[in-house]
Ligand binder design. Structure first.
Ligand code: SF4
Ligand code: SF4
Ligand code: SF4
Length: 382
């Protein structure tokens, strides 16, 4: 383990939306403050045992805003007290669909979440919706809530997942919608995967459209480089790749970490522990255990046969599939959940291998070009 650990904490498994491609098996479970206290003490004791200095908690659901702001205020106090008693640092991030946002959230978002919220919207939106409504209703409520939050000074980061219509529309239109029409200057484009129970929408995800996705991502990179990069627009993971190839410090997404099991776990409202949100909500066979049924998180993780498989994955891929890859030290075989939901096994390389190679090559070239321009322009090189 590194000196930092991330925890995806699902405070409730309820949601007020009904997105067709959702990978979560939703339930009515909600975390109580008593149970949160027990969970956090075990996580912090684990950090003491492993000499880990800091914890980042990513609060998600279901829909995290279905618990009230006062619950998070008390959770914040409780976690601060327990962390201070052990000399540990904890920072919090909030991921929400924003449908339940109102101004009564402003204080806790400022105090606990750095006045920032991560949310999700696709363009065009085919699959994100409220039960019994068309995706347009979701878009309208989302846009209203986001605009209210931004008017209150809250920073909004957006995660978007491309669908087949996104690929047909193209990167230019996609970028213009987020940046020019919605005023979003920080967004991340995640590759789709058919996690959880199968559905028609999941079958329609463009998982096998690697060539079209490659075109989309590289065109998006070019639009961003031409129009957004110098104006402070961030488009993940392309911006992080540019920094990486430009030899700058870069925060790359977990899909390219050396082994996500080294630095991240997820715990849900029932106390189940697994690798991340998709595993914990939808694949009970891949749970590491339950934090409320163990004395020590360290022991739970150490003795979990499932976690052993996650730890073995990178080395098996290096030996079999990725050894000769130029980008091995960057990609490490990619994401276990994308692999599992497409191939039914952990021990294959990420189904987006060819897409990643195209993205890496494109951003490497872009970084080289920028370095050449900088060295040819003394004021830029200084
Ligand atoms: S994708 Fe997120 S917002 Fe949509 S139904 Fe699933 S948990 Fe709710
Ligand atoms: S399984 Fe994939 S999405 Fe989940 S933590 Fe690992 S790399 Fe990230
Ligand atoms: S790009 Fe492909 S071959 Fe290279 S490390 Fe990633 S998954 Fe393996």
């Amino acid at each position: 383990m590194k000196s930092h650990i991330s925890l995806i904490l699902l405070s409730t498994l309820q949601c007020n939306a009904d997105c067709e491609y959702c990978f979560e098996d939703k339930t009515s479970d909600r975390l109580t403050l008593d149970r949160l206290g027990e969970m956090i003490r075990k996580v912090l004791d684990y950090m003491v045992e492993k000499s880990l200095g800091s914890l980042e908690i990513y609060w998600q659901g279901g829909e995290a805003m279905l618990l009230p702001p006062s619950w998070y205020e008390q959770a914040n106090d409780l976690i601060r007290r327990e962390a201070e008693a052990r000399g540990k640092t904890v920072v919090h991030s909030l991921q929400s669909n924003m449908l339940a946002y109102s101004s009564r959230w402003n204080k806790v978002i400022a105090d606990m979440f750095g006045n920032s919220v991560g949310t999700s919207l696709d363009y065009p939106n085919l699959h994100r919706k409220l039960l019994g409504h068309e995706p347009d209703t979701y878009n309208q409520i989302w846009a209203r809530r986001v605009s209210e939050a931004r008017a209150a000074g809250i920073e909004i980061q957006v995660i978007a997942v491309p669908n087949r219509a996104t690929l047909e529309l193209g990167a230019e239109r996609f970028y213009s919608h987020f940046v020019d029409e919605l005023g979003i200057t920080d967004f991340q484009v995640n590759t789709p995967f058919p996690g959880g129970t199968g559905s028609t929408a999941k079958k329609a995800l463009p998982v096998d459209e690697v060539a079209a996705l490659g075109r989309f991502y590289t065109e998006l990179a070019d639009v961003w480089l031409a129009r957004g990069r110098d104006c402070g627009v961030r488009v993940g993971p392309l911006d992080a790749l540019l920094q990486h190839f430009g030899h700058q410090p870069a925060t790359l997404p977990c899909i390219w970490s050396d082994n996500c099991a080294n630095s991240l776990i997820s715990i849900d409202a029932r106390g189940y522990v697994a690798q991340c949100d998709c595993w914990v909500t939808s694949y009970p066979d891949y749970h590491y255990g339950n934090i409320f049924e163990c004395d020590s998180l360290a022991k739970l993780l150490q003795t979990s046969p499932v976690r052993k498989q996650f730890n073995e994955r990178p080395i098996q891929l290096i030996q079999r599939e990725c050894l000769s890859c130029d980008y091995l030290s960057l990609c490490h075989g990619g994401c276990p959940v994308r692999t599992y939901t497409v191939h039914g096994s952990l021990f294959e390389k990420d189904p987006y291998c060819a897409l990643y190679q195209q993205m890496f090559g494109h951003m490497e070239q872009a970084a080289r070009k920028l370095a050449r321009q900088a060295s040819a322009t003394p004021s830029l090189a200084a």
